[in-house]
Design a protein around this ligand. Structure first.
Ligand SMILES: Nc1ncnc2c1ncn2[C@@H]1O[C@H](COP(=O)(O)OP(=O)(O)OP(=O)(O)O)[C@@H](O)[C@H]1O
Ligand SMILES: [Mg+2]
Length: 317
């Protein structure tokens, strides 16, 4: 069964086309990652699906209800964690969650119990009485996620849930998402991190400049760019030029060269190229620390699909 289906979503801001016919599908109980660099249209898509904004074209059905015709029904089924925390700064974590519970028509007792349970789950019990303004970024993010769970949503939208979090906090959030999914929650998350999509998602929709550029399972996407990547790390940095020339000759493509790691890599259509490379290096008397084949990373997939590098744009933004 589908929990989310969007067809041909279009959204314009003046002349700017933020979404240019986006299709999205999420099966119930699954995690789909919408992956894309800054400005790709991720937040716009989530806001439309969460009924916070109307599309200019196309349609979307969430939990069986049309987001434009039946927004109230949709809101009753979903939880949303925004890219920017949506909690009241002046109130404490506990007060925020109780308030939300009351807004969702829980009794005072139920609201308190639910708040305490969520604070515990997100390791916020100790800080529960402090105003949000004293929370760290990671604590805010966890409280924001807790807030979106007060109403036990069946469908959860997470807009860049881990951007700016340290690795420990990020791993903690990943565990929470996995636990929610094993309880049957459907999750649509957006991310700029290819590794995050790879870790959490059953399927990935890659969007770039308002268009879907690829869709599939993480492994399928990796295979889409074809074959494997041959990589080699010469022991001496002074050998990098010579190794680059040999790699180029064998693979027929310009090798990728990372001065920081000393690694050179190039797509290898034929796995036998590795032994050819080993022989050539041996004949030339070039020692290596590392030599082998691997599947391409999602960063390399993104580059191949869009012609530009997600990481570079991210850092430039
Ligand atoms: N309210 C707005 N008015 C005008 N343009 C907007 C508005 N909101 C978004 N845009 C533009 O629409 C495009 C898509 O924005 P959106 O926020 O959906 O991207 P995103 O994928 O969420 O990016 P990020 O990774 O930075 O959060 C961007 O070019 C953005 O500048
Ligand atoms: Mg965004």
């Amino acid at each position: 069964m589908e929990a989310i289906r969007a067809e041909g979503l279009v959204k314009r801001y003046g002349d700017m086309v933020a979404l240019d016919g986006v299709d999205l599908e999420v099966q119930a109980g699954r995690v789909v990652a919408v992956l894309g660099p800054n400005g790709a249209g991720k937040t716009t898509a989530v806001r439309i699906l969460a009924t916070l904004m109307r599309p200019d074209g196309g349609r979307a059905v969430v939990g069986g209800h049309d987001v434009v015709r039946d927004p109230v029904r949709v809101r009753g089924l979903i939880g949303l964690t925004g890219q920017y925390a949506s909690v009241d700064e002046g109130l404490s974590g506990l007060e925020n969650l109780i308030l939300l519970g009351r807004l969702l028509n829980l009794s005072k007792r139920e609201a308190k119990a639910r708040a305490a349970e969520l604070l515990e789950r997100f390791e916020l019990t100790e800080a529960a009485g402090r105003p949000i303004s004293s929370f760290s970024g990671g604590m805010r993010r966890r409280l924001d996620l807790a807030a979106s769970l007060v109403g036990r949503p069946r469908i959860l939208f997470l807009d860049e849930p881990t951007t700016g979090l340290d690795p420990h906090t990020r791993n903690g959030l990943w565990d929470v998402v996995r636990a929610l999914v094993s309880d049957g929650t459907t999750v649509l998350l957006t991310t700029q991190y290819l590794e995050e999509a790879d870790q959490l998602a059953d399927r990935i929709t890659v969007i770039d400049r308002g268009k879907v550029v690829a869709e599939g399972r993480p492994g399928e996407l990796k295979r889409q760019i074809g074959g494997q990547i041959m990589h080699v790390r010469p022991t001496l940095a002074t050998d990098m030029d010579a190794v680059g020339r040999i790699l180029a000759e064998l693979t027929g493509s310009t090798p990728n060269r990372d001065e920081n790691t000393g690694l050179l890599s190039a797509p290898a259509a034929d796995p036998l190229l590795v032994s050819a490379l080993a022989r050539r290096l041996d004949l030339s008397g070039i020692p290596t620390d590392e030599l082998g084949l691997r599947l391409p990373s999602l960063d390399e997939v993104f580059l191949a699909l869009t012609g530009h590098n997600a990481a570079t744009e991210r850092n430039a933004a």
